[in-house]
Design a binder for this molecule. Structure first.
Ligand code: AP5
Ligand code: MG
Ligand code: ZN
Length: 218
């Protein structure tokens, strides 16, 4: 399976990707996580990406596509991938299609998670992430057992720099999936539209059903 998760910032792409990955053993590739790792390691790519991420803008396509195509060329991406946060536009989608086509693969599912703006602001403002294992939490909707501590590994939880109110506004203005991207996958016959405005388990259930996977669990 080659799955793309589409949705605005805070829709739950990462959270649901973690659940799907646990259930399906699919490789989870998040371009946002890859950029953040580069920022942390102070690589040249990270320094460049940070200037865009800090403003809430997309990193330029040529940079993002090169990084992504390189990543899916590795052996662990040979049999299936769940893409989270990629593609963001038709140029990225076409590049991904071409890279997969060259090896005889294609996107099998495009899962579009829709959520209204006010809810997205609340989700991003309350998000906490494990520094060690990357597990996602929300202070009200999906709280850790102990505040500030990861349930899964005991790591310290942090909030993303781009989750501040001002940058969130820009991200919501500029980073919703564009209509032509949605149409790209509708035309390919792989689009599934999911109402992401509900609780975590209800959303997981729909996603798992679309993928033909067994019961969802946290
Ligand atoms: P990225 O990290 O991908 O950020 P994003 O698209 O803004 O999405 P988020 O990770 O913020 O949200 P999410 O949908 O994963 O939600 P989550 O599951 O965490 O990208 C960051 C930056 O990198 C971009 O701004 C850009 O600069 C750059 N970038 C990345 N990819 C790029 C690309 N392809 N091209 C160019 N630039 C790129 O959930 C959010 C919160 O809500 C959590 O706290 C969670 O617990 C909670 N929650 C989730 N679901 C529910 C629910 N159903 N009910 C209640 N709470 C919920
Ligand atoms: Mg995410
Ligand atoms: Zn952890």
């Amino acid at each position: 399976m080659f799955i793309v998760l589409l949705g605005p910032p805070g829709a739950g792409k990462g959270t649901q990707a973690q659940r799907i990955a646990t259930a399906s053993k699919l490789l989870h590739i998040s371009t946002g996580d890859m950029f953040r790792e580069n920022v942390r390691e102070e690589t040249e790519l990270g320094t460049l990406a940070k200037t865009y991420m800090d403003r809430g803008d997309l990193v330029p396509d040529e940079v993002t596509i090169k990084m992504l195509v390189e990543r899916i060329g590795r052996p662990d991406a040979a049999t299936g991938v769940m893409f989270d946060g990629f593609p963001r536009n038709v140029a990225q989608a076409s590049a991904l299609d071409a890279a997969l086509r060259a090896r005889g693969d294609a996107i099998t599912h495009a899962l579009l998670i829709s959520v209204a703006d006010e809810e997205l602001v609340a989700r991003l403002g309350g998000r906490w992430i494990c520094r060690q294992c990357g597990k996602l939490f929300h202070e009200r909707n999906d709280p850790p057992k102990r505040a500030g501590v990861c349930d899964a590994c005991g790591g310290e939880l942090y909030q993303r720099a781009d989750d501040g109110a001002e940058v969130v506004r820009t991200r919501l203005e500029k980073q919703k999936p564009p209509l032509d991207l949605i149409e790209h996958y509708r035309a390919a016959g792989v689009l599934h539209e999911i109402d992401g405005q509900r609780g975590l388990d209800a959303v997981s259930a729909d996603l798992f059903a679309a993928l033909g996977l067994g019961v969802a669990s946290a």
